[in-house]
Design a protein around this ligand. Structure first.
Ligand code: KG4
Ligand code: ZN
Length: 328
């Protein structure tokens, strides 16, 4: 949840993490997620309005995530967001979750400017996108199987590291020797910008099965795996930057919080003369601020959504409309 003002910027934001609830099951349980959204959303909205010192009547529009993702959770946000807008007689804006991630670096004090190449790495997506403006997205590459975050999560589970896998594995990797075991860099020896992480996952599983299950091996495998993912993402980013002749790279999504990835891409940026922009760590992973920001941009361009309650489990990013083409 977040309150965003087009002039003053972010006035308040709040997050209720479901990590503890899902940890018991080792992953997100969709029905539990939806039910918990029902319980937590309205109190969180009130909390953020209090923090911003605003009454509901001060809201000019309500933006909500309409997709893509788990349909039950999306429906809760859609129903509540759309209903509040209806009750306040204000416009509602259906926001694309990945557009939210993509624009998150613009919440920072030195925002990137268009055009740029975006690497979007989350639990559900791995995308390289050429961005000419808001809503002007050309997909350069995507994963053919697991998303980068999913690969982190599954590997962490395999190593017995618990949930959520990405941050736990990344922490352990800091103490490991990334060079002890060899890991593949999938799909980097052929042209193109697509990704595939399932082979790396299988490689890691076989390695773990054939290695002593001690703390050192666990850390060394975590470090080798992380380096393989980081290298693979960095190789594809270099390729995308060269192909598009862009000079700005934007990195967002949960895996964008990975320190090793941030360091590697920043180093590449310095070497090749590219600007590399990230959101602050808390706005890499899912948050309301990025959705409020994306909604505000579309609202200011005169866009809003109809009265129907519609959520989309699948919603290709390149189907979004550019801002210029829609009038009030
Ligand atoms: O963007 P996000 O919060 O939710 C989705 O839209 O999926 O991304 C969550 C993903 C999870 O797979 C999580 O393990 C991963 O991002 N993640 C990380 C780190 N922090 C979160 N992966 C690697 N290193 C991290 N520090
Ligand atoms: Zn996300």
């Amino acid at each position: 949840m977040a309150v965003y003002d087009s002039d003053a910027g972010l006035l308040a934001h709040g997050l209720f993490s479901q990590v503890e609830i899902h940890a018991e099951y080792g992953g997100v349980v969709p029905e539990i997620a939806s039910r918990d959204h029902v319980r937590k959303l309205l109190p969180l909205i009130n909390q953020c309005l209090d923090e911003a010192g605003l009454d509901r009547s001060a809201i000019d529009a309500v933006a909500y995530t309409a997709g893509p993702g788990l349909i039950g959770a999306l429906l809760v946000g859609t129903a509540i967001g759309r209903s509040i807008a209806f009750a306040l007689e204000r416009p509602a804006i259906a926001v694309h979750h990945m557009e939210g991630h993509l624009l998150a670096p613009m919440l920072e004090t030195e925002p990137p400017s268009f055009p740029f190449v975006a690497l979007l790495v989350s639990g559900g997506h791995t995308l390289l996108v050429e961005v000419r403006g808001i809503g002007e997205y050309r997909i350069l590459g995507e994963t053919l199987d697991d998303a980068a975050g999913e690969a982190f999560d599954k590997t962490a589970k395999l190593l017995g590291l618990g949930y959520p896998g990405g941050p736990v594995l990344a922490k352990l990797a800091e103490t490991g020797d990334a060079e002890r075991f060899a890991f593949p860099r999938p799909m980097t020896n052929r042209p193109g910008l697509d990704f595939s992480f399932s082979g790396l996952k299988t490689h890691t599983r076989n390695l773990w099965m054939n290695t002593e299950h001690d703390a050192t091996s666990q850390a060394d495998i975590a470090a080798g795996f992380q380096l393989a993912v980081v290298d693979t993402l960095a190789i594809k980013c270099r390729r995308a930057m060269q192909q598009t002749r862009a000079n700005q790279l934007v990195v967002a999504g949960g895996v964008g919080a990975n320190i090793a990835l941030r360091k590697a891409l920043q180093q590449d940026g310095r070497k090749h003369g590219w600007d590399v922009a990230f959101p602050r760590l808390e706005f890499c992973t899912d948050n309301g601020a990025m959705i409020a920001f994306a909604g505000c941009q579309r609202l200011m361009a005169g866009q809003s959504s109809g009265l129907e309650l519609q959520s989309f489990a699948r919603w290709p990013l390149d189907q979004l409309s550019p801002l210029e083409q829609t009038g009030p």
